[in-house]
Design a protein around this ligand. Sequence first.
Ligand code: IVH
Length: 704
Amino acid sequence: MKKPTKGPATSLNRTIPVAKMDRDIAALELADLASEIAAHRAAYYQADAPVITDAAFDALEKRNAAIEKRFPDLIRPDGPSKSVGAQAAAGFRKVKHAVPMLSLDNAFSEEDVREFDARIRRFLGLSEDEKIEFTAEPKIDGLSFSALYEHGRLVIAATRGDGSEGEDITANIKTIKQMPDMLMGDAPKVVEIRGEVYMDKADFAAMNEAQAAKGAKTFANPRNAAGGALRQLDPKITASRPLKMFAYAWGAADKTPWETQWEYLQQLKRWGFPVSPQSKLCKSVDDVLKVYAALNEDRADLPFDIDGVVYKVNRLDWQRRLGFVSRAPRWGIAHKFAAERAQTVLEHIEIQVGRTGKLTPVAHLKAVNVGGVSVTRSTLHNEDEIERKDVRIGDTVVIQRAGDVIPQVVEVVDADSAAHKKRPKFKFPDRCPICDSRVVREEGEVAKRCTGGLFCEAQAVERLRHFTSRDAFDIEGLGEERLQMFFAEGLIKDPADIFSLEKHRAKLESFEGWGQKSIDNLFTAIERRRTIPFEKFIYALGIPQVGQATARLLAQHYGDFKTWRKATVAASKGDDEARAELTSIDSIGPATADDIVGFFGEKHNLEILDRLEEALTIEDFLRADTTNSPIAGQTVVFTGTLVRMSRNEAKAKAQALGAKVAGSVSKKTDLVVAGPGAGSKLKEAEALGVKVIDEDAYLKLIGA
Ligand code: IVH
């Protein structure tokens, strides 16, 4: 790579006294000073953002002048003494590579690789039994770079570009922490280090998520993201992106004391460069194929994307003899993995409903071969993803298979085309495609959920399993396997069917292997559960976010099923007070309230509840004996700091005395116990005229 005429910001550690400098060093340093001073002028004059102090800048100019004075014939036409201010800032400068950056031929099969080995033997005149060692290095799917080090210091770095001319990315590459500014140990006068800049898969995912969260551009894959980051005109943006690098080759070098590629890789490590740890030295072509098979197997688990394995003849004397054919060396080859991406047409988007009611959009694709597997389906994740990628039916899309993972739609091909824009945008349904119940999306969640919990066939078996489980109805002999079977036979479709299973006794008796005894046992188990405590009943309904603790709170607050049902149905019809009552219960937030109200807002669920009520005795919530309690039936709110008891203790005691403990003050509040520091709740109580007492008065009231 030759130095550009206008240089970048570098920071040579200028230690050699000018008086002791030889011509070569002087020339290098003048070139370097020219570029650095130009960059500082640009920062100062154009960007209004100087990066060094005025004194440091003056020192650079002074040193430049001193060198020019000693070697007047080396004064550069682009030197700082010949130019003032800075040139207009443009995009990236072009950099010509002194040694072109070539590419590699590809091998797609074992046969291709064996032919590569045979070709080398023919060319070098080696016999069958002469050993050829190869290095096998993962082919990192990133962007290649070439970085020039002079006297151990990074001077300029460029992209590959068209192979003979790339773009100056010095400032950007310097932001990569792994990229040494200075070589460690013995540094040659000149060496161009070549390698790959990439982004880890996990870093990519996190970055994309963060970008999406702030509404910024997201990238289709780590390679594109790395490319985008490296080609930022503002290196501060590059610095904020999680880029990494590996080194694996060299370009220009004043000497190459290493005798093999493997030795060179070790030298890279000594200089301080990361070398991909999966690189192996292989004794033969059979060995490289083993490395290939192993990497192909593990590639999904590697932290970064690789698209093949690069084999290089290890001996450099052989490499030199082998040389190049047109744009690629004879001594190396890239053994590619089967393509894991393909393009095809999106024919239809199906909405699948999972066991828990989650709606997942699935792309139906025109069959296409991806890495040897025919793919016709692919996940689209959720509503936001469809929106983000703007996937429309009829589009040609890129799909990707990563290891065993379900194929994914990566992006739309030609998203700017008129054809794409003419297609209607996909509208995510607001009704469940299975049961036609309403579909909701809770705050902060990406998934949409069907509200037809008890009714929806997609969720039926999961709901039934929950309904009959130990902490709910606890019906012995009605485990998942039997429920599956009864469901498939049409005997139990929803929880209410369990209590009329008796009418299918004849059918049960006809099942193979079902004796009279096991059938009797099952019916006895069902009969035993016709009476159920209210809180267990609530829990059994399987309303999202309503676990045992919440079920108990609800039971305690509403006391009996009819009261709860009435209040919650009212809330689902827009009764604000009924809803406020629900959220006033300690630990029931708006999201849980939405789920409860959503459940009661669905008429299919109500029909099943009617049948359950008819078949069952739902016991009222068992309250403690509170005949002598001064606060029985009252709604109490605690606020401020309690001194003589903890908040939990106070709550438990109040509940034991038959009171309801609420988290917020409303018209229904009977009593507010306010400690020091009470704020808005106290004000609210005063505004509503609710009785307020302090902790001592409260303790006296309850006789504690
Ligand atoms: S050596 C003269 N080694 O693959 C060939 N390349 O198709 C010099 N690549 O442009 C390249 N990992 O971007 C080499 N371990 C590795 C590599 C590697 C990835 C990329 C590189 C190059 C392309 C060649």
